[in-house]
Design a protein. Sequence first.
Lengths: 326, 706
Amino acid sequence: MEKFSYVNATSLEQVTALLSDSGWGEVMLIAGGTDLLAELKEYVETPKTLVNLKTLPGMDGIEADASGLKIGALTTVADIAKHPTIQHHYTVLAQAAVSVATPQIRNVGTLGGNLCQRPRCWYYRDETTDCLKKGGDICYAVDGLSKYHAILGGDPVYIVHPSDLAPALIALGASVTIVGPEGEKTMSLEEFFTLPAANPYRENVLQPNEIVVSVQVPPAKPNTKSFYLKAREKGAPDFALASVAGVFEMDGKTCKSASVVLGGVAPAPWRSKEAEAALAGKIIDDTVSKQAGADAVKDAQPLNDNTYKVTLTQNLVSRAAMMAAS
Amino acid sequence: MASWGEASESRLIGKRIPRLSGKDKVTGKAKYTFDINRPGMLYGRILRSEIAHANVVAIDLSEAEALPGVKAVIPIIEVGKKIRYQGQEIAAVAAETDDIAKDAIRLIRVDLEELPHVVTEADAMAEGAPQIRDDWEGNQSNPNVREEGDLAGGFAQAAVEVEATYHAPVQTHVCLETHGHVAEWEDDQNLTVWASTQAVFGTRRDLAGSFNLPANQVRVITEHMGGGFGSKFGPGVEGRTAAELARMTGRAVKLMLTRKAEHLVAGNRPSMIQHVRAGATSDGRLIAYDMKGYGTGGISSGAGFQAPYVYHVPNLRTEKMNVAVNVGNQRAMRAPGHPQGAFAMDSLMDELAEKLGMNPLEFRRINDPNETRQAQYTLGAQEIGWHRRNSVPGSGTGVKKRGMGVGSGLWGGGGGPGTQARVTINSDGSVEAVTGTQDLGTGVRTAIAIIAAEELGLNPTDISVKIGDSEPGLPSGGSGGSQTMASVAPIIKTAAAAAKQKLFEHIAPQLEAPVEDLRVGNHTIYVVSDRTKTIKWGQATGLLGMESITESGQWDEELRQGGVAGTQFAEVEIDTETGELRVIKIVAVQDCGLAINRLTTESQINGGVIMGLGQAILEERFMDAQTGRMLNANLEDYKVPGTFEIPEIKSIVFDTHRKVTGVGEPPCIPTPGAIANAVYNAIGVRVRELPITPDRILNALAEKKA
């Protein structure tokens, strides 16, 4: 990696001020570092300054009460996975958290880092490949090897968003709080993420001088079942070939409302309104769940090597729906 | 005639004995080459090409040389020469720290004139493909054709025929300890190198040749090493570079390969694509076999594979070719040519059996000429519960479907002469066994102690085993071909026996008994005809006074035997909705002759099965035709088995005789075929391409549906 200076953060004001001095990549934030360090070692990123967020007071921890959850951005993935309230009432989030990487990585990786992590794409991660995402002319996955790439929302960059926590949180209706030089703002986590058509270089709306500080999750509705299903090639550590975060408000076998968010198949966590519509108000049976699966991938446009993801995603959505009814 | 004696007479040999270095390894005390740090040591790094095919126009080292902390910068490739694969060495540096060395190689300016590359077999064979080897016409070698019997006549007798294409991609070795060396010159005539190698003496010879030194002025040390699998038989460019940087700077230099370089240039198992048509008679005899296949070993050749394999075919024609691509060279990899050949052959056997309506195991029994394997089929089938398999493939109900398969293999491993060893008994009772072999994780160190201890009536921990060092000047061959144990064990036994004989001669007068009446056991020498006459080991050796006994041994043909048979049964479970595959159990029945240490022999089998499982369900090198680069030169996307993937492994040491035979390679051979057949038995659709990953399973299921 290139040399950089290292600053221990003391306040959010200081952090946003440091970030404001430059555009992307000059000053970068580090918490767990499990993603960033690999990028530095591979020279994918070459910042001049790293700002250590772990010295910021009050940015980790989980508050769980009648108003829902508030999770600080510095909360580790491990702490989310083992939190009793999350395990009982926000099951999809606990399941997503425990599916992340390895115990070592979960112990240091943070919520903020997980949401803001960069793509795993093997063209993007190769220093010498000047791909579209890094300012080059083409997305090499289009004519290249695309087994792990996007089937939805790809054009013109076919990366997939690697986060497991993001689909789960979006399915739970989470919002994210961001601090910038102008102060604090809160937006839905779903709108936080963007597609390459809007901006091929970034995966979210965060500006270079902004920082994610917390995530809020509304209270769990009664009679809700939720699941995170993640298909992968290896038990661990492995990123999702495809994943489904499903939150289902049930009345017996009838689905009052469904929230279905896909991971590993699109450049952003992919909310499947089609699958949700196919399930809402229906008695879930084999036919309904299969229809929801089919609807979830009806706009899929696979590349050369990832047609299998269409089937896989379809089956995962159907399975999640059937689990809600069982 | 020399013999290892009967099992009932053995106190140690054939028992389960923990490896002597186990404690050091799990506590971190064991020093691998990576752990060697010398006073004043510099760190070496190699600049490698990211371009797969190019002419070297200019190399400018000046900026790197000017970086503070850099002590030497040397070009490796000459201007005017060709880069022929990604990862090829361009230049190297030695610096005060590894970080400075990393920075320095990035300051080397290289002007490359890019040439069109081909990195896939299909691109290399396409019409109009750029010619990438000067000594071939096109990118394919001349076919190697073998013909036996009457092929047309054979097919005329066939009641059923199968025609299929089987594909195994390139697999890399993934040595946990990457290739590397620490080189240090005592003066300009004496070089010491700590090497992660499976050939201490081969490395010494190569380095002595490179630096024009007498061999005895190069010392190579490999106390512990973290895996070689056939890829570590010499110093390579990186070893010579480390020694050259050390020579120039007068300082020790450590140069270990990065994980990326390890994938790119440190060897691989070649690919295999074979198109085969085969026939069997109505009574289940394999009668005709016609195979045309190729593989790539990178820019080199060496992409052979076994076809046909194990089973007897009277009428055959095979045609094999090498395909050259702009990718790093193949090297021997655990049973070169066998696992991929076995995968194709055992898949074919199952396909033929199904057409005949025969149980695939019965079909094998008819066509397998090997008696050992015939017995193994019975044992393995019992252990896995073969009767539980789906009689109709894919007939299981539910989303998750289970299936069973079988695969087979064979190997040599008979060892050979050439090793020198000595066993020394000191007057204080201590015993040393010294030879120039190396323990690449197989357990040979412990085996040497067991053999000497058995002979001398001591415990393995009483024997000081000195291996992995060329200094004593007792050569031994490289650890390849599963030859080490059968090469080393006989000579240790005869050396220990000779030393014992000398000790007996020395103390016979004391015990007032003829030498031939003396025996030793449990740290005591006694007279067999009068058990009241005894002397403790330490007292006996004390009589040596200032002397010690040192004896060398003789390799004895009678103590070893080549040729092993193995068979494996696999049970798998497939999630038919996600394509996820879980191997539930592998039963590995491995013929191995006399297992000196049953515990480490089982470990060898376990390790082979795990490696075969990786090839079967995970490992694949991805080459990008656009950039000419390997896309997964890491351990994130080049996936190897982890704890979640490793199933219950029932390793059965199948002793057939009491002669030593190596068993390092054969246990990885039958695994991919057994797993592939189990997949078919589970889902009723055949995946003819390795590794059998979720995408291939889902695609195959989709094709079946369509």
